[in-house]
Design a protein around this ligand. Structure first.
Ligand code: NAP
Ligand code: MG
Length: 402
């Protein structure tokens, strides 16, 4: 069998720990035997980031701007413990944060649906994608403990020195206060990424805030979305047969629960943080959640939503058997191949991406799965495979399909 050709490279960002182990097995068993793989490789493993003073992360993000499609393995975000473990020069920033800042993108998280892993919400038939605005609000706040009576004000000082003040609260006793902000430019990028991704996926998009209570802050989000939609996307949405729908966050939560799924739900930073954990656990497992970073000018970076699965890696290092779920990482690759195929008009590569996903789901539906899924499946007597054997079982099904 001749291998499937690629025209342009995918930016490949390697990572850390157990997911780095899975990454290599996926390439060996599921990709290289079938595809004449063209990637521009960046090693974002923590050692390599440390050796390059994190320049490699910035280079990988710049490469994504050039080639428009990237696939990323999970990476360690250093903390104090990692400083010692890896003898780091600095506590390097989260690679995802660095890449997101350079690409100015929005992260879309979608659960992978498979028979035998049923969502807790019975009526959810199709995946719900969460789009989380990744700038500002409570994540860039300034906080104060108020020890005793006094007043707290917000003060805006313009360049010419004029001050505008708003009273936050006149404290009669101790309390707490917080100031937060957002930027119109960032909200605009978020809106454009959301509308562009809805068109890409041909799915309806919902957006929710608390604009009835937050009449200036949240209302600005609502207004910006509406204006960009009307001016730039309304026609294209009509043609694609999809809709944009704004509603209050409380109403959205109630509707989501009663829906059949199958849409994108755009959320402010905090709402997206919380709701994505709710959606992923209600659909089954963090290990079954894909993630794609979409920039407003059309660059796509695919990854799994979970981390490096550190506990499993330490078992692996001790020579113990692991049963780590590789599904979201496999889907990161298939997502990148499908996008590459679309941009380069390569139907064979697109069919390969479909076959890779179908073979993965078929493996699980035949009862072969990793331990995390075996614990939650509705299937009787699932066969628990180790990390490598699961990928090999997918490879068998893939061979039959190609
Ligand atoms: P994690 O790697 O997602 O793992 C948390 C736990 O969830 C695991 O211990 C495991 O539970 C379960 N799990 C997650 N993915 C799984 C999979 N594919 N298969 C089976 N079980 C899975 O999160 P973490 O332990 O909080 O973080 C570990 C490292 O990942 C940290 O250094 C963090 O900085 C990094 N991280 C990176 C990204 C990213 O690059 N996008 C995202 C999040 C975290 P059991 O141990 O109970 O089996
Ligand atoms: Mg969270």
């Amino acid at each position: 069998m001749s291998k499937i050709a690629m025209a342009n490279p995918i930016v490949e960002m390697d990572g850390d720990e157990m997911t780095r182990v899975l990454w290599q097995i996926i390439k060996d068993e599921l990709i290289e035997p079938f595809v004449d793989l063209k990637t521009e490789y960046y090693d974002l493993g923590l050692e390599s980031r440390n050796a390059s003073d994190d320049q490699i992360t910035k280079d990988a993000a710049e490469a994504t701007k050039k080639h428009h499609v990237a696939v990323k393995c999970a990476t360690i975000t250093p903390n104090a413990a990692r400083m010692t473990e890896y003898d780091l020069k600095e506590m390097w920033k989260s690679p995802n944060g660095t890449i997101r800042a350079i690409l100015d993108g929005t992260v879309f998280r979608t659960p992978i649906i498979v028979k035998g892993i049923e969502p807790c919400v019975r009526n959810w038939e199709n995946p719900i994608t969460i789009a989380r605005h990744a700038y500002g609000d409570v994540y860039k706040n300034t906080e104060m403990k108020i020890p005793a009576p006094g007043k707290v004000e917000l003060v805006y000082t313009a360049k010419d020195g004029t001050e505008t003040r708003e009273l936050v609260h006149k404290f009669e006793g101790p309390g707490v206060a917080q100031g937060m902000h957002n930027l119109c430019g960032s909200i605009e990028s978020f809106a454009r990424s959301c509308f562009a991704y809805a068109l890409d996926q041909k799915k309806d998009i919902w957006f929710s805030t608390k604009d009835t209570i937050s009449k200036k802050y949240d209302h600005t989000f609502k207004d910006i979305f509406e204006e960009i939609f009307k001016n730039e996307y309304e026609e294209a949405f009509k043609k694609a047969g999809i809709t944009y729908f704004y509603t209050l966050i409380d109403d959205a939560v109630a509707r989501v629960m009663k829906s059949k799924g199958g849409f994108i739900w755009a959320c402010k930073n905090y709402d997206g943080d919380v709701m994505s954990d709710m959606i992923s656990s209600a659909f089954g497992s963090l290990a079954m959640m894909t993630s794609v970073l979409v920039s407003p000018d059309g660059n796509f970076e695919y990854e799994a939503a979970h981390g490096t699965v550190q506990r499993h890696y330490y078992k692996h290092l001790k020579g113990e058997e692991t049963s780590t779920n590789s599904v979201a990482t496999i889907f990161a690759w298939s997502g990148a191949f499908r996008k590459r195929a679309e941009l380069d008009s390569l139907p064979e590569l697109s069919a390969y991406a479909d076959a890779l996903e179908a073979a993965t789901l078929e493996t699980i539906e035949s009862g072969k799965m990793t331990k995390d899924l075996a614990l939650i499946t509705t299937m009787e007597d699932p066969e628990v495979l180790n990390s490598r054997d699961f990928i090999k079982a997918v490879a068998e099904n893939l061979k039959n399909r190609l």
